[in-house]
Design a protein around this ligand. Sequence first.
Ligand code: FAD
Ligand code: SF4
Length: 354
Amino acid sequence: MMRLPRFRFVAPRTVGEAAAALAEAPAETMLLAGGTDLLPNMKRRQQVPRTLVSLRHVDALRALAPSEAVRTARNGSGFDIGSGVTLTELVRSPLVRNACAGLWQAAAQVATPHLRNMGTIGGNLCLDTRCTYYDQTYEWRQAIGFCMKKAGDICWVATSSPRCLAVSSTDTAPVLQALGATVRLVSAAGERNVPVADLFANDGIHYLTRRPDEILTQIHVPDQTGWRSTYWKLRRRGSFDFPVVAAAVAARLDGARVLEARVVLGAVASRPLTSSSAEAILRDVDLTDEVIASAADAAYEIAKPMDNTDFELVWRKRMVRTLVTCALRELRGDDVTPLRVSLARQTLLQPLAG
Ligand SMILES: Cc1cc2nc3c(=O)[nH]c(=O)nc-3n(C[C@H](O)[C@H](O)[C@H](O)COP(=O)(O)OP(=O)(O)OC[C@H]3O[C@@H](n4cnc5c(N)ncnc54)[C@H](O)[C@@H]3O)c2cc1C
Ligand code: SF4
């Protein structure tokens, strides 16, 4: 049985107390939300903080509500999500389901019901990057001499790589990026709001731009009136598994015409990747099969999956086309239920476009 290392445990009641506890020694302290990622990592000695600051009892982080501006104006559907809101609470929220289907779909596909009961949206955004050479026991990693991400100096995936190429595996981050969401980061020194797109860096070790003394307290999803969103995820097991390719698309539509769109890929780099060229193709055009195929091709070009997660990397890259095609067809209004079923059963094995 793997045991947790020894650590000091702090259980603040307010964001201010949590920020003060974190400020004492940010480099040696970690925040604990649901613990569904951090505690297994600590058991494998991937992360060994001296102090854990629990956010479980900070009630201010548990709110999910229409944002103040929207409540006042009484139109639109912008809303704020406390970082401590669990994925189950998110999935059960009619506000989320009605305003942004893509976020609902992503949250509903994270892990298992038990893990969603504990796991939070904040923890999901800050989820550690993953790699087959890293998500192993201490003894396994010791046997290969460790790697650059923890205790070693080489990357076993690409031995000449100067940086770690571990994979961004969060389901909700690509959608929140596509929705144009922002996060609030609070420290003892102050607070700042950052677009989700700027929260991430394409580096498997330093994958967040969040400073070690900052707490992600809130996510703001802007007014989604006129927008539709969706999330498509490839994983080994249909019941539960991390994404190995994902596509999040949000589009503002006028009938079959797409006025603007955001296309974000998950699990093909160390951060969620925006395809600007797909977005340029999807500006003020009818969403025809040809336009969808061109946008899917453009998204395919930027995907750089590495050989460090489930499934073969060339096929994972090709599946980017399939997932983007499925997403755009869904936003156009096609009945994609059979495609969802065959993706879950892994019978949707060939790219639909190209
Ligand atoms: C079997 C299994 C399957 C899983 N499948 C999936 C999956 O399919 N998709 C997926 O996305 N995830 C998956 N996960 C990972 C995890 O369960 C979820 O990502 C979950 O949402 C993490 O949230 P948490 O609250 O438990 O985070 P924690 O484990 O508490 O924290 C995760 C990280 O975020 C940091 N953190 C937490 N809250 C904050 C905050 N407010 N501010 C700053 N930093 C913070 C922590 O310090 C830690 O580094 C899986 C986990 C397991 C064990
Ligand atoms: S990508 Fe390389 S450095 Fe990063 S975890 Fe994997 S083997 Fe280690």
